[in-house]
Design a protein around this ligand. Structure first.
Ligand code: KG4
Ligand code: ZN
Length: 335
């Protein structure tokens, strides 16, 4: 018999719901993005995000059920993101999930948002099974994860300051491209020269595969100040391409080093930054030369969505994981 999971996600500025069959098949995947709403503020405003989630959560869930052609009574369990993320935003999806579980008497499964991002790869590659190395890079996280099993993770490296996506967003704002920065920098970089400006790449020599992007961010800001003082014209595509290459080089090098460390030949990408065209290209080219296989989800499964949450919830559900009505939102939830 098929197992149907209703996935719910509201950790940041996407209100999303999806129906997933047997962990791997997307029956519906509804995402209502608030990007336009936050654009004029240059970033996500938590209070506005929460209020919008309240308005959208029920219509989005109803649409997910409708598009999947199922009723709430057909659903086997509800999987919902409970952290990490913005607390007010998380609480909306979580409360909706709890209310549905309570009123229908169906099991509730709490999902870690990063576990969801990793699971997006199972939806893209139905044959994929752990172990593999996953680079999770988004607006809030930059982790290199050894995915030992569906629910067993070892963090091999993480950012010590800004997340990769956060760096994209901040630099985009500084060079006047706006929000959200990742896709805009990606677009402008395609017309620029990635070798034009030698921005720094930070590697640690203390045996970790950690990242640091704040020095790079400062270097770009210093460069902009210098150009302004000397009155020289700035070339936006060149800055975008040079900055992007600096981020990508570090992400690729450390991820491949992690795969070598664990003697694993499968690398997966996840999170919003996994949508970056240079990262996808370079990771594939460089890792494949070393006999590794590189996977990345389609663009819609890289950024926040509820299909990935439904998939991760399935693997928790079949192992008997159940959350109580006391499940709370945990903004800083650890993997
Ligand atoms: O996973 P996500 O939707 O939300 C979080 O969990 O944070 O990731 C959003 C982040 C933003 O910082 C956005 O600028 C970045 O992913 N992003 C990209 C691209 N598309 C989205 N960064 C680089 N290149 C892209 N094409
Ligand atoms: Zn995310």
């Amino acid at each position: 018999m098929d197992t149907l999971i209703l996935g719910i996600e509201s950790s940041c500025d996407e209100t999303a719901a999806a129906v997933i069959k047997n962990g791997r098949h997307i029956m519906s995947n509804i995402i209502s993005t608030q990007v336009d709403l936050h654009k004029k503020y240059g970033g996500v405003v938590p209070e506005i995000a929460s209020r919008k989630h309240v308005e959208l959560i029920i219509p989005v869930i109803n649409q997910a059920l409708e598009e999947a052609g199922v009723l709430l009574s057909d659903i086997d369990a509800i999987g919902v993101t409970y952290g990490p993320g913005l607390v007010g935003a998380l609480l909306v999806g979580l409360t909706a999930g709890k209310a549905i579980a309570y009123t229908t008497n169906k099991p509730l499964v709490g999902v870690h948002h990063i576990e969801g991002h990793i699971a997006a790869n199972y939806l893209q590659y139905p044959e994929l099974e752990p172990p593999f190395i996953c680079l999770v890079a988004s607006g809030g996280h930059s982790h290199i994860v050894h995915v030992k099993d569906y629910r067993e993770f070892e963090i091999l490296g993480q950012t010590r300051d800004d997340a990769a996506g956060e760096a994209f967003d901040k630099i985009s704002r500084a060079i006047g491209l706006g929000y959200p920065g990742g896709p805009l920098i990606d677009k402008y970089a395609q017309k620029g020269n990635s070798k034009a400006i030698p921005f720094p790449r930070v590697y640690f020599d203390d045996g970790t595969l950690d990242f640091s992007f704040s020095g790079l961010k400062t270097a770009v800001l210093n460069y902009l100040n210098r150009m302004e003082q000397t009155g020289e014209a700035i070339n936006i595509p060149d800055i975008a391409a040079s900055f992007q290459q600096a981020v990508v080089d570090v992400l690729v090098k450390n991820t491949i080093a992690a795969a070598k460390l664990k003697n694993i030949k499968k690398i997966a990408l996840a999170g919003g930054v996994a949508a970056n065209s240079q990262l996808r290209h370079d990771m594939k080219e460089i890792a494949e030369k070393q006999g590794m296989e590189v996977m990345y989800p389609g663009l819609i499964l890289c950024t926040d969505n509820a299909a990935m949450i439904g998939c991760a919830a399935y693997y928790e559900f079949i192992k008997g994981e159940r959350a109580g009505m006391d499940l709370n939102a945990i903004p800083g939830l650890k993997l």
